[in-house]
Design a protein around this ligand. Structure first.
Ligand code: AVJ
Length: 326
């Protein structure tokens, strides 16, 4: 949805609640039980995620911001005549602002399309981008695919698609390939992607990032239950669920789960949900896949991109990779 369109908002909100209910019903019934991680990001969830980014144990945001500040100028130098940047899942837009500010000189105005499912994140991001030089923020409250489609219908010229913060980690490997292939099919030769990806690192560091001593990540995870109660009228005992993060070495992913402390029921009358969980039974709420740097080039190449630069933060194990559609 384009932020400038005011009318369809109500209809979309209604539809998105129905979609949420349908997704909860479907994913909770799977084995193992799941909930899609994109539903973390209501207003409270987005605020909790911002807090996570400030935690000493969650290094992704700071590492990426450092790389963008240092190498952002090279990104722009490699893309002369860039007229448009599309960021998928910008959150508060601070990383994109760092990137834009790193450009030593820029020719002409640049359209900055911000695509996020969170309305509150978009409002903050648009503000953060709006006061950087000649950047013109355009917001789309949408999922990645539909937002990308909307943004590209307004294509003005050479385009950079930014997918930062290791957001790609939420896709399983086939999903990540399909997603990048879809981007490749949607952009033109000479367009580029900028991909920020968290790297495999020692397990203790991975677990501390997803199960922090302050319990912010636990609150972020359990907020999904709060959201289900608030938006869907779900009847859930919030205290009946605890947060768990596990490193799945075989799959190279950190998983987050909600664990039933005792026997639990989740009931949503309007969505015909009536699930009973055994003590210890889990709901899998997120995967954050971690990569080794060479895999990122391989993945991009397999999806029709030509990697042109990769910058790595060794301290925190994070890679920023640029690739061109050619
Ligand atoms: C925004 C999806 C990249 O997977 O690290 C942070 C979300 N989950 N702590 C991530 C998240 C738990 C984050 N991404």
């Amino acid at each position: 949805m384009d932020s400038r369109a005011t009318n369809p908002v109500v209809a979309l909100d209604h539809a998105s609640v129905e979609q949420f209910a349908a997704d909860v019903r479907y994913y909770l019934s799977l084995t193992p039980r799941q909930l899609p991680s994109r539903y973390f990001y209501d207003d409270l969830g987005s605020a909790l995620f911002e807090s996570i980014c400030r935690l000493p144990w969650y290094t992704i945001t700071r590492a990426e911001t450092r790389l963008l500040a240092v190498h952002g100028d090279s990104v722009f130098r490699r893309l002369p005549s860039l007229t448009q940047v599309i960021e998928l899942g910008p959150g508060n837009g601070e990383k994109l602002r760092t990137l834009l500010q790193a450009a030593s000189r820029r020719r002409g105005p640049i359209d900055v399309h911000l695509i996020d499912v969170s309305a509150s994140a978009l409002a903050i991001a648009a503000q953060n981008i709006g006061n950087v030089g000649d950047a013109r923020p355009i917001t789309h409250q949408a999922t990645y695919d539909s937002g990308l489609r909307q943004a590209l219908t307004q294509r003005t010229g050479r385009t950079l698609v930014a997918f930062l913060g290791s957001n790609i980690g939420n896709f399983d490997p086939p999903g990540a390939s399909a997603f990048l292939q879809n981007i490749r099919a949607s952009v033109k030769n000479g367009d580029a992607v900028l991909l920020g990806v968290d790297l495999v690192k020692p397990v203790d560091r991975l677990l501390a990032a997803y199960d922090d001593p302050l319990g912010v990540t636990a609150a972020f995870n359990r907020n999904l239950l709060v959201r289900m109660s608030r938006e869907l009228g779900a009847s859930i005992d919030l205290d009946g669920f605890s947060h768990r993060a596990v490193w799945n070495a075989e799959q190279a992913r950190v998983e987050m789960h909600l664990v039933a402390r005792t026997a639990q029921t989740i009931q949503i009358l309007r969505a015909h949900v009536d699930e009973r969980l055994q003590p210890g039974e889990t709901i899998w709420t997120e995967s954050s896949y971690k990569y080794v740097s060479e895999q990122i080039d391989d993945l991009l190449e397999a999806c029709g991109f030509n990697p042109t630069a990769q910058w790595i933060d060794r301290d925190d194990g994070f890679a920023l990779t640029m690739a061109e559609a050619s």
